[in-house]
Design a protein around this ligand. Sequence first.
Ligand code: HEM
Length: 439
Amino acid sequence: MPTLPPGPSSKLWTLIRYLRDPIGCMVPLAQRYGDPFSFPGDPPMVCTGDPVGIKAIYTADPDTFAPLSADLSVFLGRRSMILLQGAEHRRLRKLMMPPFHGARVRAYGEAICRLAERHTADWQPDRQVMVYEVAQRISLDVILQAVFGVSEPERMAGLATLLLDLLNGISPLIALFPSLRRELGGLGPFAAFLRRQRLLREQLDALIAAARVAGPREDILSLLVQARDEDGQPMTDEEIRDQLILLVVAGHETTAISIAWAFYALHRPENAAALERLRAELAALGRDPEVEALDRQPYLEAVCQETLRRYPLAPAPAPRKLLRPLELMGYTLPAGVGVGVAIGVAHFREDLYPEPLRFKPERFLERKFTPFELVPFGGGARRCLGAAMAAHEMRLVLGTILRRYRLRLASLRPDPGKVRAANAGPAHGVRMIVEERLA
Ligand code: HEM
């Protein structure tokens, strides 16, 4: 085996460190072993947070890589785009792109603001709220509306409950250790997961069947039913169902976590100036601003970008397996090893982000970062499909809630984050006290 970059030798210890401090554990590894460094495993995984290495990975021919964690098909379905490779991945990605373009995404703006208002309408002074939970409900409704339209609100509510139960029932242990996925006579957590999954699939299949006979609508499901590939072929029911699940899974908890981190960061006492500056910008919009005006506020955008930098959702590399050798910063990595971008290193480089642990939205007003320096949504052929939608939703939810309420953190204890399903989210969900309802 050719020489790989150095790295820690214990897989278990590295995993424990990741589970304890998902965002903070990456930089010490790069400091100790250098960049690139290797994670132990079978196969080992080489990762980098250096823009030169990141560029080498994101600009390589996509057929260089295969997804490493095909076993996730148990959760996502066999035809989930995120688990496919090569021509199959390209075909599905092309079919899925149109609903996620800028103009389409902006059409969701009004609904996002109304949902943010509705889910916070009962906030009263002195009440404690868990921002992550509220954000999760908002983003779940946003994605359900975008995906299925709003024709049947009650059915959507049922679907939302089913999905939340299903996702919250996936423990990191089941996700990380395939050997624990046993039905145990129908009693274990995995059996419960399978029961919920069956129920969900039945409901989705019924919705797909209905969309096939209905006329064209604007929602994503309808667009997927109408989509045709280069050979004029439609997507199969299984393909559509697995992508619907992927969109809801990839699209709601991710955005909710990032919104919760934004509230957390802004309300830390050391970031009071950032909160004040944002509040001033939002107040200057007057009483009933257009959604587009709210969406275009530069400091609001900088706050969201800084949140995605400082609190990356996927600080550890999304694993890829090399199908052919790759040159990475002086190493010739052989086929068969894993490779990935360590966002938790990239976003904390002193040379790019001075005082990297500080929350400083101003850095995004002062300079632009390349797609190999700032990578919250990944890059290359597998860059997040929902990036524009997520960024749009973050700005509008944050802006809408801050215009209506003053809040403070219920506890000032620093939050190192914890692994929630596959993402690094706030450990305690960001508990806040409502201070004032603004006129
Ligand atoms: C703040 C919110 C979000 C963040 C930080 C985020 C981050 C990411 C990252 C880092 C990847 C790349 C993973 C890899 O390299 O394999 C990814 C992939 C993906 N994301 Fe997101 N995401 C967010 C929200 C969304 C939303 C709202 C949607 C859909 C509505 C979405 C759909 C997807 C899909 C479908 C992929 C797979 C793309 C592919 O394999 O071709 N994400 N996301």
